[in-house]
Design a protein. Structure first.
Length: 258
């Protein structure tokens, strides 16, 4: 069966697509709800992991200024954790929904990117947690001092600190997905490897622009995000080049059969 016959066989009426979409959404939302309940039970333990860099920076106190703030922080922690843990399930359901409408060669091309996405996102979060957040806290908390006889002391609130950490984790995680985006647009023919190589100066400028937008507004955090992005850009060019070389070595395939 050729690619055209393969995709023709997978066509379904609109109602069937809507039923399938409803099924995938229910599974995704159900998994998110179940994980949210589990994460809510362990919310204090998860938050204790998130505040560990703050403790290492010498800050041993978090405050909350509204009676309901501590409760809502636990809800936010549980929700963020549930979204991260449910991502593989949601991505799988998305793949199950769109894959019947793809050619076999398109499935083979997209599947590695789908698998690489959570790995790269986790790598970005790990770098933020183990390197960027401690460095930023060390710098920002160094402003505690005596100013004209008045003690200047940092008293971060729970909600503000959670927002600070989440900005780092999601900012670094999303930024580390750049290789997936570059390889997809190159595979789609929107840009070529030659164009990406020639645009390296603009790419470096773009990496710093992304860091300026996603990282917290201190220079150290932006540099700590921008430099890995530049490295990822270079590594992506190398991966695209290797992919082209591998394609050139492969013989032209005959019509695909089942």
């Amino acid at each position: 069966m050729t690619d055209e016959e393969d995709i023709d066989a997978s066509r379904a009426p609109l109602l069937d697509h809507l039923i399938e979409l409803r099924k995938r959404l229910l599974i995704s939302l159900g998994s998110l709800a179940i994980l949210f309940g589990i994460c809510l039970y362990f919310a204090r333990a998860i938050f204790s992991v998130l505040v560990h860099p703050l403790k290492l920076a010498g800050q041993t106190k978090l405050i909350y200024t509204q009676p309901f703030e501590a409760f809502f922080v636990q809800l936010k922690v549980a929700f963020f954790a549930a979204v991260i843990l449910a991502f593989p399930v949601i991505a799988n359901q998305l793949w199950q929904f769109v894959s019947p409408g793809l050619y076999r060669k398109e499935k083979r091309a997209l599947l590695p990117f789908l698998l690489a996405t959570p790995v790269l996102f986790a790598a970005g979060c790990a770098m933020a947690y183990f390197m960027a957040i401690p460095a930023a806290l060390h710098f920002l908390l160094s402003y505690q001092s005596d100013v004209g006889g008045v003690q200047q002391e940092a008293l971060p609130s729970m909600d503000a600190y959670l927002g600070f950490v989440m900005q780092f984790l999601f900012g670094f995680g999303v930024a580390f997905l750049m290789p997936v985006l570059l390889m997809l647009i190159e595979r789609a023919g929107i840009v070529t490897l030659g164009q990406l190589v020639k645009a390296w100066r603009y790419a470096i400028l773009g990496c710093f622009g992304i860091a300026l937008f996603l990282a917290p507004p201190d220079a150290g955090s932006m540099i700590m995000l921008a430099l890995p992005l530049v490295g990822l850009y270079v590594m992506t060019l190398g991966a695209i080049w290797l992919t082209h070389k591998r394609r050139e070595r492969q013989p032209a395939p005959d019509a695909e059969t089942v």
